[in-house]
Design a protein around this ligand. Structure first.
Ligand SMILES: CSC[C@H]1O[C@H](OP(=O)(O)O)[C@H](O)[C@@H]1O
Length: 364
């Protein structure tokens, strides 16, 4: 998407045709900086330390991590070690394993001497596929927004609530949950987004708000616990969130707090949609609560906050009583029964096994 009028993606190949550039998302919202990945380890660290994050972007970065490895040492042993190193960076988003499996599938039948070129080609394909999938999710989600807009008074905005960042910063471009929002905005449909700040890393306040603002989309940042109140007072027309892993039966794993939003939406009759690119479906599992590994991250993300001072210095401060233990579960699982529909690249699909299998028969 555009940043101050200049088109950007979150990851791209540099002019040297081998090093990879990423936007460093740990610097948002106060700094826009990029980082060059020159080795597989750079890609692994970028994923682990969340310079890049968001299931599709994690997959794309891992794919280029394999390409960077193939350039240095394309042997079976080296590629297997790279697969393991990248796979170990974060446990929840299934796109990581999906992308790594795609790369190994693409490389294993090529002689080592030809693997680097094939790896870069496949990584580029994965990025292009992500953009096309997200644009299709945008078109399919746009129909839902149009149907709500048709019942509104002229000029009255459709109010969408979203959680965390499932925007273009979580993907290669367009985003998943935000793709329908951008298309509605670009198509002249009045739209407003309630942006959950999304503690503890504040991906909503620092990423979603930043990207919506740069695209001119009206939005309001809210504390995470506000959404239920807004729904009780008819101020939310629909929820659209992303996902890091959705099971074959439609259980949705997403950023911590998503489940509570789904409960509030269910209780208030607010449609709750999940934007779901097919690489994020884990067809090997059905029960999200029992089978999806939930990442636990450093307690520092809870006890510390980083911001900018009046004179422009970036500072980190402690915000929790010294010595208090903290827990930092990064994701939760929303059972399929609370999901109104899955907005996929092949249409809006019911959150149930048979419907998902019909939509993606080649993978079921
Ligand atoms: C389109 S995937 C976005 C998904 O990923 C985020 O998690 P994280 O920022 O920790 O990678 C969050 O769950 C978003 O919904």
């Amino acid at each position: 998407m555009k940043v101050d009028g200049k088109p950007y993606r979150t990851i791209w190949l540099n002019k040297d045709r081998w090093s990879v550039e990423i936007i460093d998302q740990t610097k948002f919202p106060h700094r826009f900086e990029t980082v060059t990945l020159r080795a597989m380890d750079d890609a692994a660290r970028a994923i682990k330390d969340m310079l890049v994050r968001g299931a599709p972007l994690i997959g794309a970065t891992a794919a280029y991590g394999m390409a960077l490895q193939a350039r240095i040492d394309p042997s079976d042993e080296a590629l297997t070690a790279a697969y393991e190193r990248l796979h170990a960076t974060r446990p929840t988003a299934i796109n990581l394993k999906w992308a790594l499996d795609e790369m190994m599938k693409a490389l294993r039948n090529f002689p080592p001497a030809e693997r680097a070129k094939r790896a870069y080609d496949r990584a580029a394909e994965i990025c292009e596929e992500d953009v096309a999938i997200n644009q299709a999710i945008g078109r399919n989600g746009l129909e839902l927004i149009k149907a709500i807009a048709a019942k509104k008074k002229p000029g009255e905005p459709v109010n969408v609530l979203t959680h965390c960042n499932a925007g273009w910063l979580a993907t290669v471009d367009w985003g998943t949950a935000t793709a329908p929002i951008y298309m509605a905005h670009d198509g002249g449909i009045p739209i407003h987004v309630w942006v959950d700040e999304t503690r503890p890393r504040n991906q909503g306040a620092s990423l979603t708000a930043w990207e919506l603002g740069h695209h001119g989309v009206k939005h309001t940042v809210i504390p995470d616990n506000t959404g239920g109140h807004l729904m009780q007072h008819g101020l939310v027309d629909l929820c659209i969130v992303g996902t890091d892993r959705t099971t074959a039966s439609g259980d949705v794993c997403n950023k911590i707090g998503t489940y509570l939003k789904a409960l509030a939406a269910h209780d208030n009759g607010v449609p709750f949609y999940v934007a779901l690119p097919s690489p994020t479906i884990d067809f090997t599992i059905d029960d999200g609560l029992k089978q999806i590994p939930i990442e636990q991250r450093s307690g520092d993300e809870v006890t510390k906050l980083t911001g900018i001072t009046k004179d422009g210095r970036i500072e980190t401060v402690d915000v929790v009583a010294p010595g208090s233990p903290v827990a930092n579960y990064a994701f939760d699982v929303t059972p399929a029964k609370y999901v109104t529909g899955l907005i996929t690249e092949r249409g809006v699909v019911k959150a149930e096994k048979a419907a998902i299998a019909r939509a993606f028969p080649e993978r079921a």
